[in-house]
Design a binder for this molecule. Structure first.
Ligand code: ZN
Length: 238
């Protein structure tokens, strides 16, 4: 009896083993119909990864230089605010759109005015580009001023935000700002916060990395050290 049992078990095991081989060979041939089993099994993962990565970044505005795309408006409705002193305008005490006027020369920046309804509310100013905050202090003719280091057209520039309420400027010197990051509020008009000027933003872009915060230069040639910010930041106005 025992020998018969051993024979039966042995035969059964052999049959089971043979069936396993048969089934596995069959499986291989089925998979092979669809190509290499290894690559077939791996394919779905790369495909799904590729699908999530492959979409191209949104096309940039073809009319703008690539480097200008990184600049944004410093204030909401920026395009409606450049009504008095654009970049490069020659100002005299007699012809100035701002009266009384105490400055004269070629305007090195762009002035962004405030609306009537903003006279007694805080108006936020934000960074127009990516770069470190170099300086925040009080300066003659400006009141509160912030200077930021940025890159335009592959070259270093410094960006001047003039007439800010210095106490509202949150970021510290050395901190890197991204386009649109809050800098501070405009100073109260005709106060020490603006050094007696109306409530507005003076935005200047000076070429190079040397700090120069002049609001006016006395010769037209002197303007060549400055960049007109408006084509870079006035377009959208947030
Ligand atoms: Zn100005």
């Amino acid at each position: 009896m025992k020998r018969r049992t051993i024979i039966v078990v042995s035969v059964s095991l052999f049959i089971v083993a043979a069936m396993c081989v048969f089934v596995s060979m069959n499986m291989t041939s089925i998979i092979s119909l669809n190509g290499n089993p290894a690559s077939q099994a791996a394919t779905p993962i790369p495909e799904s990864v590729a699908t999530s990565v492959s979409p191209a970044p949104p096309p940039s505005n073809e009319n703008d230089p690539i480097t200008a795309d990184a600049f944004v408006a410093p204030l909401a409705r920026a395009d409606e605010r450049t009504t008095k002193k654009p970049f490069g305008i020659y100002i005299t005490k007699a012809n100035s759109p701002v009266q009384p006027e105490r400055f004269s020369g070629y305007h090195t920046g762009t002035d962004f005015e405030t609306f009537l309804e903003e006279a007694s509310v805080d108006v936020s100013v934000s960074a127009i580009c990516s770069g470190k905050l170099l300086s925040k202090r009080t300066a003659s003719g400006y009141g509160g001023i912030v200077v930021q280091s940025c890159v335009y057209d592959g070259q270093p520039v410094t960006v001047i935000y003039g007439h800010l309420r210095l106490s509202s400027v949150q970021p510290g010197v050395g901190e890197t700002l991204q386009p649109g990051d809050y800098i501070g509020y405009l100073g109260t008009g005709y106060s020490t916060e603006t050094d007696g000027e109306r409530k507005h933003l003076h935005l200047g872009i000076h070429k190079g990395s040397v700090l120069n915060i002049l609001g006016y230069v006395q010769s037209k040639e002197g303007l060549s050290g400055w960049i007109d910010a408006c084509p870079l930041v006035c377009k959208s106005g947030n």
